[in-house]
Ligand binder design. Structure first.
Ligand SMILES: [Zn+2]
Length: 451
């Protein structure tokens, strides 16, 4: 295939639109140089669509005779790459003792470049195999290992935001930034390295104060200023656990709230992504909304560490953009599909307490949050998150009849093109599917996973 060639994807396509999914049993997408050049929501054939768009040279990926559909790649808005080996290991801990018992010892071991190479190669490979085409990663405090994570994302073809974790107080001596000056120097080094890769469409730096308790006011103010001057993304944690919230209040008594603590230090911008946000008050939500920040909802983590229940409907009603995060390894699964399923279930728990059916999230909504919602939270929705002309082609081919598939399909559920059969298959996929059903993954039009 020459660089100027177009590839036409023809078959069933499912596409997130505002808070819903379009189910298109017979559609066509044209991709050239990684970008979507046409999208026919109803198509007769690949060649008919190509002719309509005056395209003579093209390759075809024809899924129309299979049990497959195309879906946009998942966006993981919150994942700790170095914690991947601990997936599933959290016992009965809650946030603060989980950090000291399991997390800091493991993260500190990534100082060794060999361990970093092994862990980061595997987490990127595994998340890609699960259909994650974009991830917002926390690395560790270590500069060289963090650079390695960026290199690995680039070489395996995953789009990523990569952040060096900054923490200069209230963490063990064996694992922290030695001083404010050291933290600034390390942050600059990582940001400049990622910028020197010169692939702003693929790998972006993201300023990453771990969370307010582990950062001095001095470093947070510097990071806010540095991020704003250089137009960088910012990610951190907020309001995940009640003990954590009380601690922030104690450490920053002059700030009105947890959200205000970040605001006072210049860290709430429209490129800020705040993870968890379970207990934000209405006043804090007003501030987050006013500052145009995005949120990351991490339902598996919040259930595993018994942190609390995120009130998704309240956030949707406020039009604060949010997506889903695996939060590996507070969350045990590297899969956004599993995270979406659990997000749906957590919303049912919220509804059981509120006795309000409106609090339940639908299949369409959680799959929208898993893709376009994440892109909106990261302010990358003009480029990724759904299939639209001008956006990058980040996609996964879902097939419910692969080898060893956990899903059974019955004769009467096919063909996909009839009635609402496609919609039913998507519902079965959400609840019963896993990475075995993700048969091919493309990022920027390049095939990065084939099974
Ligand atoms: Zn986290």
């Amino acid at each position: 295939m020459t660089a100027s060639n177009t590839t036409v994807f023809f078959g069933a396509i499912v596409n997130p639109a505002r808070r819903a999914l379009e189910y298109l049993p017979q559609a066509a997408i044209g991709v050239r140089e990684g970008e979507i050049v046409f999208f026919d929501r109803h198509a007769e054939s690949a060649s008919a669509s190509a002719a309509t768009h005056n395209i003579k040279n093209f390759d075809t990926v024809d899924l129309s005779k299979t049990t497959s559909f195309l879906f946009p790649g998942f966006i993981d808005t919150h994942i700790h790459a170095p914690q991947y080996p601990n997936s599933g290991i959290f016992g009965k801990t809650t946030l603060l003792d989980w950090l000291t018992t399991y997390t800091f010892p493991l993260e500190s071991s990534l100082k060794d470049p060999k361990i970093a190479q092994d862990v980061y190669s595997r987490v990127v490979k595994k998340t890609l195999a699960n259909g994650t085409t974009t991830a917002a990663y926390y690395a560790t405090v270590h500069v060289e290992s963090t650079k390695k994570l960026a290199d690995i994302c680039l070489s395996q073809g995953q789009r990523a935001l990569v952040g060096r974790v900054c923490m200069d107080q209230n963490t063990p001596d064996y694992y922290r930034d030695a001083s404010v000056e050291e933290a600034k120097k390390s942050d600059r080094e990582v940001v400049e390295y990622i910028q020197s890769l010169n692939k702003p469409d693929r790998i972006l730096p993201i300023i990453t104060p771990r969370f307010a308790p582990s950062c001095t006011g001095e470093i947070m103010s510097w990071q806010g200023d540095y991020a704003q001057k250089n137009n960088l993304h910012i990610q951190t944690h907020i309001s995940e656990n009640k003990g954590e919230i009380a601690w922030v209040k104690e450490l920053y008594p002059a700030c009105k709230s947890y959200a205000d603590t970040y605001h006072q230090h210049g860290l709430l911008t429209e490129k800020t992504l705040l993870a968890h946000a379970i207990y934000l008050t209405d006043e804090e939500l007003n501030l987050v909304e006013q500052q145009k920040c995005g949120l990351s909802h991490c339902p598996i983590s919040n259930s595993s560490l018994t942190s609390g229940e995120f009130h998704a409907r309240k956030i949707l009603d406020r039009n604060i953009p949010f997506g889903l995060g695996t939060d590996v390894s507070g969350g045990y699964a590297p899969s956004i599909l599993s995270t979406a399923r659990h997000g749906l279930l957590v919303s049912r728990h919220v509804a059981m307490k509120s006795e309000n059916d409106a609090d339940k999230l639908s299949v369409d909504e959680v799959l929208y949050l898993a893709t376009l919602g994440g892109a909106e939270a990261l302010k990358l929705d003009s480029k990724i998150g759904s299939f639209e002309v001008g956006k990058k082609f980040d996609a996964q081919q879902i097939d419910l009849e692969t080898n060893g598939s956990p899903v059974d399909i019955f004769d009467w559920e096919l063909p996909i093109s009839e009635g609402n059969k496609l919609e039913n298959l998507v519902h079965k996929w959400l609840f019963n599917g896993d990475d075995r059903n993700t048969s091919t993954v493309w990022v920027n039009g390049d095939k990065v996973v084939t099974k």
